[in-house]
Design a protein around this ligand. Structure first.
Ligand code: IMP
Ligand code: MG
Length: 182
């Protein structure tokens, strides 16, 4: 079973569910009086479970779009590349970027700069997890689910070599899994 590979649970299913409710309500309240629906941009693929739950807890009009940025190979971060771009314009839009985890902040730094150059009216970041110890950029997510220590997390969208995204909680893998991997 996939769960046999987990050493420790960092954030439980119940905690994630409660956090998605809280953040969804907060975002709804913050954008309720907006003239135009905010554009919620998910960074694939890690955003999928979090974004799904989050937007179901938003009771205001929103629009969705997606981007794919890649920076991670195994557990080492590298340069950020846009692999799939948005379908719609961000000009004069209020943008809410949804991310699974902010680590070094390089991905969000690159994406925020691109959206800003394209004329976004405002840009905020909502992330399920934050590893502030690892930051090497000036990126500060406005909405954070959970701050976690400097450990490699998997589950609820977060992967190790594309696996474990479908775990319903956030956990840390046993050491032997990394040894067996690539
Ligand atoms: P950053 O650009 O260094 O902030 O990295 C952001 C991306 O790295 C995230 O969207 C994740 O895909 C990946 N990442 C960073 N830390 C972890 C982790 O602990 N587990 C799984 N993926 C991670
Ligand atoms: Mg990833």
């Amino acid at each position: 079973m996939m769960t046999d590979d987990i050493k420790e649970i960092l954030v439980s299913e119940e905690q994630i569910d409660a956090m998605c409710k809280t953040l969804g309500k907060q975002l709804s309240d913050d954008y309720r009086n907006n003239d135009k629906p905010p554009l919620v941009i998910g960074l694939l693929k890690g955003c999928v479970p979090f974004m799904t739950s989050l937007i179901m807890h938003m009771d205001i009009q929103i629009e969705l779009d997606f981007m794919v940025a890649s920076s991670y190979h195994g557990t080492n971060s590298g340069d950020v590349q846009i692999k799939k771009d948005l379908n719609c314009s961000v000009k004069d839009r209020d943008i809410i970027i949804v991310e699974d985890i902010v680590d070094t902040g390089k991905t969000l730094k690159t994406i925020s700069e691109i959206l800003s150059v394209r004329g976004a009216k405002s840009i905020v970041i909502v992330t399920l997890l934050d590893k502030p110890e690892r930051r090497v950029t000036d990126i500060t997510p406005k909405y954070v689910g959970y701050k976690i220590p400097n450990e490699f997390a998997v589950g609820f969208g977060l992967d190790y070599n594309e696996k474990y995204r479908n775990l319903p909680f956030i956990g840390v893998l046993k050491e032997e899994i990394y040894k067996d991997g690539d």
